[in-house]
Write a protein that binds this ligand. Sequence first.
Ligand code: OAA
Ligand code: MG
Length: 629
Amino acid sequence: LKPPQHGHQLEADRRNATADVGPSRSSHAMVTMSSSALNVLRDPIASKGLSFTATERDRLDLNGYLPPAIETMDQQIIRLMDGYERQTSDFDRYLYLESIHDRSEVLYFRLLVENVVDMMPIVYTPTVGIACQNFSRIYRQPRGIFLSTSLRGRFYEVLRQWPQKNVEIIVVTDGSRILGLGDLGANGMGIAIGKLSLYVAAAGIHPSKVLPIMLDVGTNNEQLLMDPLYIGEKHPRLQGDAYDAIVDEFVSAVRRRWPAALVQWEDFSNDHAFPILSKYRDELLSFNDDIQGTGTVILAGLLGAMRITQSEWANQTIVFYGAGAAAVGIADMILEDMVDKGMSHSEAKDKFWLVDSKGLVTTQRSGAMQSHKLRFARDDPPLPTLLEVVKAARPTMLLGLSGKGGAFTEKIIKAMRSQCKSPIIFALSNPTSKSECTAEEAYKWGGSSTIFASGSPFAPVPIGPLGIGGTQVPGQGNNLYVFPGVGLGAISAKLRTIPDSVFALAARTLASMVTDDELAHGTVYPSLTGIRNISMHIAAAIVQQGVDTGASRVRVDTGGDDGDDKYREYVDRRMWYPDFAVSGAASRVGGGPSIIVAVGWLFLVGVHFIVFTGRSALRLLIFAENPFI
Ligand SMILES: O=C([O-])CC(=O)C(=O)O
Ligand SMILES: [Mg+2]
């Protein structure tokens, strides 16, 4: 037998430890046999830390490698929370949580699930933005896969070696437009990791089944190119055919390695986001989070806002500040809903006023225009500033997707207010520093009946002097409400592609989950504390729609009734809750590989026996025969 070699052995152990991990709460194979006790302890999926029982310590040869205390998970959580509370900045909190993520996925996700409101802004926007900007500086250990220019032609080979057979969700970025922070190159890996933390915490996908991928095609960010610690490819971004070939190779490699996996395109710059989405959406189970995910969440929020103002699309005029992927994604979804509800296409289109860095998006502008904007271009004469557009259009809804922090100035919001009783203002750029205005500014300048939502979270704002008028609770209009549920639904239903109808359904489902009490506080999104329930409802609706339309490749026994509950139960059963495996399950599952190894040994001994005896017999025969020749 070869002595264990650490790198490879760890991978082999990890494979053993997780190969049979199923989705239900009780059957997780967190612990299996290992040839090296230390490897089990260091494996972030297999390790239970101090919660290994005495029996497990005996069986896995862990005695001596752990202090004698045997703790419950809650005790370990108390220790970790203690450390968390000692951190003094959000960035430190991020680093602290990621260090737990690297040591124990179960403990990390338990922390997240139990503290979702406090920790979401740490592992996700806004703090994840700082993490991405500093990703090269804080790089500690591998997570996910970097498919870089220098590995061209070998993408499948790299994916093939990934130890998990059953990857279900891939978030991929090329780092070209990370949040509102621009081109961050390979540092963009941080956002893929953050999104997948939400898939696990908010939708119960098992951590071994998620995979962040960085398509590193270079960066045009001069600062990064000059940074001696930059971890990515140090050359300008590939363009044109070379870029397309890389994306193509990525798609083929994924389809070959994990044909049923879902790919979420994340934070691709506008020039690539739309073409990639339309090129692959019919051949790969995939969606673009910024176009479709954001579109869905904002549609749901605006439906909620109209419940508050008791109005309809016919009463609205919508100004978009920003005309990129997210803006056009939202506009598309709203337009479809307007037409669904009986407006003609041209009537509906007339409700939109898109503004980009050059002013109003209009057909009368000279020079070429990107095709995604052209669809919403108006025939009006050019207006160079947002203020002029607001004065001319008299919007009821003002949506910020510009990545320009502070763009909704006092003048602009007051101009809107002077023409409309309850301004609906969504400042959606991320992270907080890029928000077009703060919650406080929106309420102060827009009046107390303003309905406000933002991409990154803002705290509730007191109304009136000393808050005697109560509080206004801003909603978080962020795709986090939708992508985990859509991914869970697509995987649970075994869909082949994700049609637009899935997003329309997700928007309706999300909108229906806002309570009257929340609406009374001017909040158009449900509380994040219920995020797992929201994801479950969205996923169940998707499975049901998939089964009804025949798009799903699963059957769900509804027992003859209309079956809503059965779909929810079906999805709920698939959702992983972060818990250590019970000892019985561990030993049961541990038995699987032991038996395989034993059978393997018996087989080898048998072959050995046959070969050697056969050879001896042959020799005997030859020697025996020789004298007679
Ligand atoms: O990540 C977020 O918070 C939302 C999002 O997709 C983006 O801003 O690109
Ligand atoms: Mg994004």
